[in-house]
Design a binder for this molecule. Structure first.
Ligand SMILES: [Zn+2]
Length: 357
């Protein structure tokens, strides 16, 4: 059997649905699994309502309350990386069709019964921007048909999000501007409603200390994932060198992105972050000396035969919108499928001078 550190990372999908994925990630360490969880929660861009201009609000809820509820409504954000730009990267003065989506809410109740105002009442309308506009950009062509629409609008299988209830004579009329952002700034931009992973269901590694009254086995039933692993024998000695290497992930999205896109973008984002770190280190002045002295640094991807830090072949020349200073992005096309055995996963054997890539 191969030593643990020589095994390639693997992913086995156990369940894939419209809004959730359950998979087992193996042969990575705990830090990697946790990095993936955190990136998926906080760093994947989506669109969400960010500005609300209220013309009429005669409902019982105050303006701020309604604006907050509008912000939390998930909007379809497929291919958000390419389909919309950050407002901060746009040259327009106050939002244009390249960086913003406009939605209007215009509802009035004329019946004697209470009326539910929901996300289905939000309509996407073309945005008429003022001032100078970007003269080029292919963002709009890269949008899917329903980009920016509330999730589940006119889909009978998805119940809409309730915004407010109004009664006869009450009215809501407002204009909303949706923008691209990440959940690190505000949770409304998170594509996920739940992300979790479990490891070591039998607690062989003793990372958890269970409190119990009489019988630990009775009081702490095992999770479903315990079936995937050998239970410890009663006479088994504690292996204090053991490390977790099998992680049971469950990722649930709010519908703005599908779970495949969330995981793929999460991996790409993680690669970008690491690539930027490497590039940041590369800009050290003594690097040239190190290279000249033959201190070969990390090989980035085995396929490209990169010979060191100076090689750009392993990196795409595409500039990430979020990386300043011409930092380039790790080669990661949407076709690279890390579910299988793809280039997205680096080989653990690619070690050089302590840089375990
Ligand atoms: Zn703009």
């Amino acid at each position: 059997m191969q030593a643990l550190e020589e095994l390639e990372p693997t992913v086995r999908i156990r369940e894939l649905k419209k809004d959730r994925v359950n998979f087992v990630l193996e042969n990575v360490d705990l830090a990697f699994a946790n990095s993936l969880r955190r990136v998926v929660m906080a760093d994947i861009p989506t669109v969400a309502i960010d500005m609300v201009e209220i013309e009429t609000n005669t409902s019982v809820l105050p303006d701020e309350f309604i604006a907050h509820r509008l912000g939390m409504i998930p909007l379809i954000s497929t291919n958000c990386d390419e389909a919309i730009r950050y407002t901060r990267d746009c040259i327009c003065l106050a939002g244009c069709s390249f960086c913003s989506i406009m939605l209007v809410l215009n509802v009035a109740c004329h019946d004697d019964t209470t009326m539910d105002v929901t996300s289905d009442h939000l309509d996407v309308v073309p945005l008429n921007a003022e001032g100078p506009l970007p003269d080029s950009g292919d963002e709009i062509q890269k949008r899917t048909e329903h980009f920016g629409h509330p999730v589940g609008k006119n889909d009978p299988s998805t119940p809409p999000v309730l915004i407010c209830k109004i009664r006869k004579g009450q009215e809501l009329k407002m204009r909303c501007i949706a923008k691209k952002g990440i959940a690190k700034e505000h949770a409304k931009w998170s594509p996920c409603s739940a992300v979790s992973f479990e490891y070591d269901p039998h607690n062989k590694l003793r990372h958890t200390t269970y409190w119990y009254e009489k019988d630990i086995k009775d009081e702490w039933p095992l999770s479903e994932n315990a079936r995937e692993e050998e239970p410890p024998r009663d006479d088994e000695p504690f292996d204090y060198n053991a490390k977790p290497n099998k992680f049971y992930f469950e990722i649930e999205t709010d519908g703005s992105l599908n779970p495949q896109e969330v995981v793929m973008k999460g991996l790409a984002e993680l690669q970008t972050k690491l690539a930027n770190l490497i590039l940041g280190l590369k800009q050290q002045p003594d690097l040239e000396i190190m290279q000249n002295e033959g201190v070969g640094m990390a090989h980035i991807q085995p396929q490209t035969q990169a010979t060191g830090w100076g090689e750009t072949s392993a990196w795409s020349q595409q500039t990430s919108p979020r990386t300043a200073g011409g930092a380039s992005q790790w080669t990661s096309s949407p076709d690279n499928n890390p579910w299988g055995n793809s280039a997205g996963w680096s080989s653990p054997s690619q070690k050089a001078n302590g840089w375990n890539m």
